[in-house]
Ligand binder design. Structure first.
Ligand code: PAF
Length: 285
């Protein structure tokens, strides 16, 4: 398995592969790989000749008081895991290579980034869309793979690809969960034992919401209240947001109808966790 640190070197490698007619899949990550990432790598390796995993803890998507310095890093471990999942190459560069002195250009998706996590983490998505565009330009993939756990991120990236006419297929893969429902995340490593026990409240709350909808509830406000009540009763988590939105616009909805995203973000101790489910509700009146 090849590990590249320099942009010029990976570009040369990619060009050689493409000359031989090989297709390229890209799995962008911030490292500390877990089974969610590995499912993306496996999917890419099934669908492409070459799978490049990028590993870069992107400073521009972290706010001032966020966990940039604390974010877990272990390249040696990641290389082994990626190789086992059938990755062909790793692109693991340093911040100075990606954002050299004098850097001043950003990509911004205007409206979709104003909701959900965008409200709580100003500038976060601008950092994400900028690094993802840069990775797309460096790796020039046919397909790129993202996890459904970061639902808003996937929606924003799809919009960006469409708006900028990028010739890349975005593949969104299902959330991989622990046996008790907690969505896999590199940030789960921050949780103490007690916090880990409480963290199941995210998935369980989403399941309550799903059941309410299956039982006929259509008022978003009633479902949101029920989620909030469950989180408060079952944990010490601090609610960041509970959102029920239209999947295309990410605007909050009042009535459950069509394709709906139910998403939440909570802080358990110092760890901010997110989770979501998507549902399609087509009532025949
Ligand atoms: O989802 C992530 O890990 C990051 O936001 C991404 C897409 C790798 C950009 O840094």
């Amino acid at each position: 398995m090849k590990v590249f640190k320099k942009i010029d070197e990976i570009r040369k490698y990619i060009k050689e592969q493409q000359k031989e007619g090989k297709t390229i899949g890209l799995v962008p990550t911030m490292g500390y790989l877990h089974e969610g990432h590995l499912s993306l790598i496996k999917k890419s390796s099934e669908e492409n000749n070459i799978t490049v995993v990028s590993i870069f803890v992107n400073p521009t998507q972290f706010g001032e008081n966020e966990d940039l310095d604390q974010y877990p890093r272990d390249l040696e471990r990641d290389v082994k895991l990626a190789e086992k999942a059938n990755a062909t190459a790793i692109f693991a560069s340093e911040a100075e290579e990606i954002y050299p002195k004098g850097y001043q250009t950003y990509v911004n998706v205007k409206h979709l980034t104003k909701h959900l996590c965008g409200l709580r983490r100003p500038g976060h998505f601008k950092g994400v869309t900028t690094i993802v565009t840069k990775l797309f330009n460096i790796i020039n993939p046919d397909k790129a793979y993202f996890g459904q756990k970061d639902a808003q991120q996937a929606i924003v990236i799809k919009r960006m690809v469409k708006d900028l006419n990028l010739d890349i297929e975005i593949v969104v893969c299902p959330i991989v969960r622990e046996s008790d429902g907690l969505a896999k995340s590199s940030r789960n490593t921050y949780l103490s034992k007690e916090e880990r026990n409480q963290s199941t409240v995210l998935f369980l709350s989403l399941m309550i919401a799903k059941q309410m909808i299956e039982d006929g509830e259509r008022h978003a406000v009633v479902i949101k209240k029920s989620i909030e009540k469950n989180i408060k009763n079952e944990s010490l988590a601090e609610i960041d947001y509970v959102s029920i939105s239209n999947i295309e616009t990410l605007k909050e909805i009042e009535v459950i109808k069509g394709e709906v995203l139910i998403a939440l973000a909570v802080k358990i101790g110092n760890t901010r966790l997110i989770d979501n489910i998507q549902l399609e509700v087509n009532d025949v009146n």
